[in-house]
Design a protein around this ligand. Sequence first.
Ligand SMILES: *Cc1c(COP(=O)(O)O)cnc(C)c1O
Length: 358
Amino acid sequence: MSYQRDNIRRMAGYTPGEQPTDPGVIKLNTNENPWPPSPAVMSALAAIAPEDLRRYPSPTAAGFLAEAARLHGIGSDQLVATNGGDELLRLAITTFVPPGAPIGVAEPSYSLYPVLAAIHDSPVHAVELDGDWSLPADFASRMNAAGVPLTLLVNPHAPSGRLLDANAISAIAAALDGVLLVDEAYVDFTDPGHDLTGLTRRHDNLMILRTLSKGYSLAGLRLGYGIGPIGLIEPMARKTRDSYSVDAVADALGAAALADQPTARASWEAVRAERTRLIHALRERGFAIPDSESNFCLARVPDQSRQPAAELYRGLKEGGILVRHFGTPRLVDCLRITVGTPEQNDALLRGLDALLSP
Ligand SMILES: *Cc1c(COP(=O)(O)O)cnc(C)c1O
């Protein structure tokens, strides 16, 4: 006999991207930043004292929040620190979605969203993206018609890399009856000038997810945060968040990472330059790729290729290069490729050339 709740028994868990232990593998499958974290982060790690570990950490991750508030020019009360961006998603669902009410998503998007919905025993209300991965014009009205209290929208979009600008996001927030959470996991890699934080002062239903996993090369640290109006942030920060979900090490290292903007910005600049070069090189080889403002691209295998995407994925893997292949109908002929260092991208292109050559 099973003691699990019915919804837990029925659901499948999240399938994370492969994390090989062999350091020789070229990992272009889980969208990590290929450049190392700031030296200031490593100094902060070395400065952690036994006393920092003996005592409980700041319940709000106050040191980190103060640095984030300075960076964004907002108050700490418009911020909540979380155990990775993923915890903010779970908090938003716990706080704003009555169990059983639908959670709105665009399809395809982050595969964790339906898993979190299943844990909450909520159905997913999925609206299909158009052929070019853009949102249908009636996106918000369809969410409203379904009575969706929380819509999760990843921007830049994963897995295509497409970016909706601030005007488009503002229009969706204005049209939605419920809360809009814009998942900005990849926002650091957008071309300069894109910034939604000002919008959170104009819309009382709009919040933003940020993470240090991608932009700050700290996926192993598990630190993210939410930005939003006090009416959305306060119940999460004071009521539904686990006490001490951000530990003392993450609090200190996260603050050091945000304080060193030059190192992070240099890595974003390098990723953008390589993104341009990689996409150009892949298009020359016949792949169809939407313009990406992220640190990955979605490459559709050329029609005339004798090798379907699944074969290319397997062939690359045999050669020690990991990319991501999704089995869903709309993505089955695509590879999602993380932008690596110049050397890693060259190895990928060589690997593809070997597999594609007649
Ligand atoms: C990486 C990612 C996140 C957050 O990841 P964390 O490591 O938990 O911060 C959120 N949304 C998307 C789409 C992501 O790719």
